[in-house]
Design a protein around this ligand. Structure first.
Ligand code: SAM
Ligand code: SF4
Length: 395
């Protein structure tokens, strides 16, 4: 089955602006794009206190404050590490990796409350995904419902290749979820199956329809349903079909992200990292967000396997971990005077410290000057290191 025959002329969509931006610079989602994505979701929940915390947070990141007074504006809280699929570029492709998780490893509402309650007055948004498939956690609608009731924006990426009843679709829509990024990496069963091992193309398309119909029946504009296409060489030509058909399938918008194991991604990452190291800038993540597994373990970002030993948000509390010794030391690695000296080995590897300070760095600068248009140069680290939700607290 292919989506192309479903084409109908699209109505003017609100998401067109972001979509155009995504198309223009699809090789990386800019920080602007990332912030816009989050702001759009968080605007309805904005309070003076949240705004003040965000402003202070950005200042503290800029000035590299080691123990910030601000709290993280965004949290990424894992719904479950379990996944039913084995996409080729994901850790879940490795059976040994998969085996370490069992179906009961779900975030509970009680643990979620323990995590967000201490920071809910300053929290802008939560993304409910990290390693697995969020919808496998049956507690998800009530977790989302609680965050929504507390005035916190919610979203998550999903493979949506799950059996979904009409009732579940209604529950998801009624929960107050703000956005769902649907991983549909192709417009035909053939291209989809090349990356999405174990996924069911037709089931995903059917579920999008179910959700769109539930939104209509409940007269709800949310969740925004975003078609997220990871762009590979073999599906690059399908971007145009996505642009033309997304509305007729029930989506509100679309997003293109580069394959994180591809050449284009590696090259952008190298250019970005060289600039970050040479200008001694701080990575955004240790200041702006906190990533928490379903068991409460805290990481500064989405990379794994990484043991930063920062603490446990369920046991110790987000505020304590955020201002704790381990986080302090992690941030100190980016201090201007001693940049790189006491940097965590994982951060060094991630930002390519050795490469950026080595003899090949000059070549990268030449590559940067010749390749990068000004607009793209303004793009920042989110996609360069984390792709979408990737990013992108995906975004
Ligand atoms: C690891 S997945 C977890 C959520 C869910 N299981 C899914 O696949 O959407 C998180 C995000 O990574 C994205 N992703 C997966 N493989 C990717 C790749 N090779 N390049 C870029 N992003 C990728 C997915 O599209 C998804 O938005
Ligand atoms: S669906 Fe998501 S978590 Fe599951 S294997 Fe694919 S990318 Fe990984």
């Amino acid at each position: 089955m292919s989506i192309a025959p479903l084409y109908q002329p699209p109505a003017k969509a609100k998401y067109q602006l972001r979509s155009k931006l995504g198309y223009f610079a699809f090789h990386q989602v800019s920080r602007f794009d990332y912030l816009m994505r989050h702001l759009r979701k968080t605007l309805p929940y904005l309070t003076a206190r949240k705004l003040a915390n965000l402003a202070l947070n950005l200042a503290e990141w800029k000035f590299k404050t080691l123990v910030p007074r601000s709290m993280p504006p965004y949290l990424k809280v894992e719904s479950t590490p379990v996944c039913q699929m084995s996409c080729t570029g994901c850790s879940h492709h490795d059976p040994d990796y998969k085996r370490q998780f069992h179906p009961a490893m779900n975030l509970t509402l009680e643990d979620f409350k323990r995590v967000i309650d201490p920071v809910k007055d300053t929290l802008l948004g939560v993304t409910l995904s990290l390693r697995g498939e969020p919808l496998l956690n049956r507690n998800l609608p009530e977790i989302v419902g609680y965050a929504h009731q507390e005035g916190i924006a919610t979203s998550f990426p999903t493979n949506l290749s799950v059996q979904m009843s009409e009732r579940t679709a209604y529950e998801i829509v009624s929960s107050g979820l703000d956005a769902m990024y649907v991983s549909l990496d192709g417009t035909t069963e053939e291209t989809y199956a090349r990356y999405r091992v174990g996924g069911d193309f037709q089931l995903v398309v059917k579920n999008v329809r179910l959700l769109a119909e539930a939104k209509k029946a409940l007269q709800s504009k949310r969740p925004k349903l975003i078609w997220k296409l990871v762009v590979f060489d073999y599906n690059e030509g399908e971007m145009e079909i996505v642009r033309r058909t997304h509305k007729s399938l029930g989506f509100d918008g679309y997003e293109f992200v580069p394959d994180w194991s591809g050449q284009a991604f590696a090259s952008k990452k190298r250019i970005f990292n060289t600039r970050l190291v040479q200008k001694k800038r701080a990575c955004f993540f240790p200041w702006n967000a906190m990533v928490i597994t379903s068991e409460g373990d805290v990481k500064p970002c989405c990379h794994e396997p990484r043991d930063f030993a920062l603490g446990n948000a369920i046991r110790d509390g987000v505020r304590e971990v955020w201002r704790g010794k381990a986080y302090h030391e992690l941030r100190a690695g980016f201090a201007t005077k001693t940049f790189g000296k006491n940097m965590h080995e994982e951060c060094k590897a991630c930002i390519g410290y050795a490469e950026a300070t080595g003899p090949s760095a000059q070549l990268v600068q030449i590559e940067e000057r010749s390749n990068e248009p000004k607009q793209v140069r303004a793009d920042e680290e989110i996609i360069a290191r984390h792709s979408s939700e990737n990013s992108k607290l995906s975004r």
